[in-house]
Design a protein around this ligand. Structure first.
Ligand code: TRH
Length: 354
């Protein structure tokens, strides 16, 4: 195989987001005319996209093969490059551009850290930090240029029929979350409400939903009707179809990083459950995002939005419908969720802004 323009390195920690971001980035870079080789330590549970043949996917083995490095190298989420690969990078003139693509955050410090350089302690190589974000000064998010046109031409009834959902007046909500006790009260509210059709997936939240609905278990293909709630358990969709589902819904409940970004690009109201991190760092991230998301909202609506997000992430009952006197959880004292690895590396290597 000829050496590609870009090598991407991704270690799958858990769930689907690491692979999801890697695949989306690989596809986007191919769309920009680059040749891409994606190294992954495990077969992604998310499945390969239909156009996966447009880039090379390789297993990232413990004993890394002797390959010529690409002249641009992107390590996702702090993935440590194989020593032999680093050594090969160091022999190249000029050395490859080496980027560490970090997790998305709306926290202010990401602006300062985006583009920071961290020289390798031994080798003549410099790693640059790339922080995706939603504010100017960060790296932004992956956006396919054709996305908005595709969305404008989107045939919602045909799509819903294809994935087996009726196209009726009932409000459609997508639910892709981690398990949270807040689902108990949400499901009750939906049952007692004015009518919603909720589509969800096989996730760790499903056993809880089954219990709430008096079912022993739920699986893909099942539908349950209780009061004003119609629940559909969908099979796993391709990334592109998941985007289309987000476009189709009146509201999307999303999680982690990639579905969170795609919900924003879908331009529909959404509720985000960040990936839980030690010391409640995810709530710092949540607050930073909500500060931006609610900036133009009237105060009562902003409080209601924050209260709903906190209730969902903290697993407390959902806020009452009367949101005139909300009591949102105050912002947490810990200043930020800056990855410690960057903090340490940066301090040691005297980073500079580039
Ligand atoms: O799966 P996630 O929770 O991913 C993660 C991981 O936990 C990861 O370790 C953590 O670092 C990261 O979150 C922040 O949620 P996420 O990020 O939304 O990824 C889900 C991916 O799955 C996304 O690319 C969309 C895709 N998807 C489909 O392709 N088809 C589907 O049917 C659904 C529901 C999602």
């Amino acid at each position: 195989m000829p050496t590609p323009d870009i090598d991407l390195f991704c270690r799958v920690i858990d769930n689907f987001g690491d692979a999801g971001v890697a695949l989306r980035l690989a596809r986007r870079l191919v769309g920009l005319g680059q040749t891409v080789r994606l190294w992954m330590d495990t077969r992604p549970a998310i499945g390969q996209p239909d156009d996966a043949q447009r880039f090379e996917t390789c297993r990232w083995p413990d004993r890394f093969p002797a390959v010529t490095p690409a002249n641009r190298v992107i390590a996702l989420f702090g993935a440590r490059l194989p020593e032999t690969y680093l050594a090969a990078m160091a022999t190249q003139t000029p050395p490859p551009i080496w980027i560490n693509l970090e997790y998305l955050t709306a926290e202010a410090w990401a602006v300062g850290c985006h583009g920071m350089a961290s020289p390798h302690p031994r080798l003549p190589l410099t790693e640059q930090f790339f922080f995706p974000g939603i504010t100017p000064g960060t790296g932004g998010v992956v956006l396919e240029p054709a996305l908005l046109a595709e969305w404008a031409a989107f045939d919602r009834p045909a799509f819903l029929a294809r994935i087996g959902l009726p196209d009726d007046d009932q409000r459609l909500i997508s639910l892709f979350s981690y398990d949270t006790a807040a689902l108990d009260s949400l499901i009750l509210q939906w049952q007692d409400g004015t009518g919603v059709r909720v589509c969800t997936f096989v996730t760790p939240a499903l056993p809880r939903m089954a219990r709430c609905l008096g079912r022993e278990q739920l699986q893909a293909g099942d539908t349950v009707q209780r009061g004003a709630l119609d629940l559909h358990i969908l099979p796993w969709l391709s990334q592109d179809d998941y985007d289309r589902l987000l476009w189709s819904c009146a509201c999307n409940i999303v999680r982690g990083e990639d579905s969170f970004v795609r919900a924003q690009l879908a331009g529909r109201p959404f509720l985000w459950q960040p990936y839980a991190q030690a010391e409640d760092t995810h709530l710092v991230k949540l607050n930073a995002f909500l500060d931006h998301y609610s900036v133009d909202l009237p105060t009562a609506a902003a409080h209601a939005l924050r209260a709903q997000h906190h209730a969902f992430s903290l697993g407390t009952p959902h806020a009452p419908r009367d949101t005139r006197h909300p009591r949102p959880r105050p912002a947490l004292a810990r200043p930020d969720s800056r990855p410690r690895r960057l903090g340490r590396t940066a301090a040691k290597n005297q980073p500079r802004l580039i």
